[in-house]
Write a new protein. Sequence first.
Length: 229
Amino acid sequence: MTKDDFLSSINSATGSVTYQPVVSDTWRPPLVFQLPQLKEKWFIDVGQPFQILSDWRVYSSKERRAICTIVFSPPGKDSAARLPRPVRTLVRKLDEALGPGNDEGTLQPTARTRLDAKHVLANAALRPWALVDGNAYNSRSEVDAGLEDWAKVNNSRRRLYGEILKEYPIAERSLAGYYSRAYGLPPQKAQESAAWVLDLAFRSFFVFSNGQDYFRYDGVRTNPWPLKH
């Protein structure tokens, strides 16, 4: 059928609907796949953006119900709680520096940044190989410069920024140990992965204007994680 035929059928003036949606009321459209040699299509409902590591429901063009569900984390569990205590301590201080974001209107920039950081932390705990540098807006030099200016405002900010700098290397070592224990990485690879992931998590908490409408990086950063699932 053509697009016009479809649109006319679902926008009927009489209110009748010829086609019933299988996936609806979602902010993100499904992923659609098709093998070149087959006519059958596969659709994946990836869930709502405000759900951390949402389950993925998989449909096929032959079924009007989900044929399977891909689960990334245990139901009702905070995935980031698996991270070592020093990492969680650092995260609390980063969250404090981000601020409450009260009365920011419809766009809610602070809430959106906080949600993005939660996605990064959940993946850091359970799926570090799935992270990409684009999960953070700014380069490390931009974030460092922004926080330095932010900390100059008052003593409370200077104190918090000093605590963040103090906790950071402790958190990085603990994350390397976590990756070594949880995933069996050799020490050097665990350290390399922890350094990259923690840097990304750190940057994901902040968005500083850089005068550009595109991402800028200090250099080419690729995920060093050895697993590609």
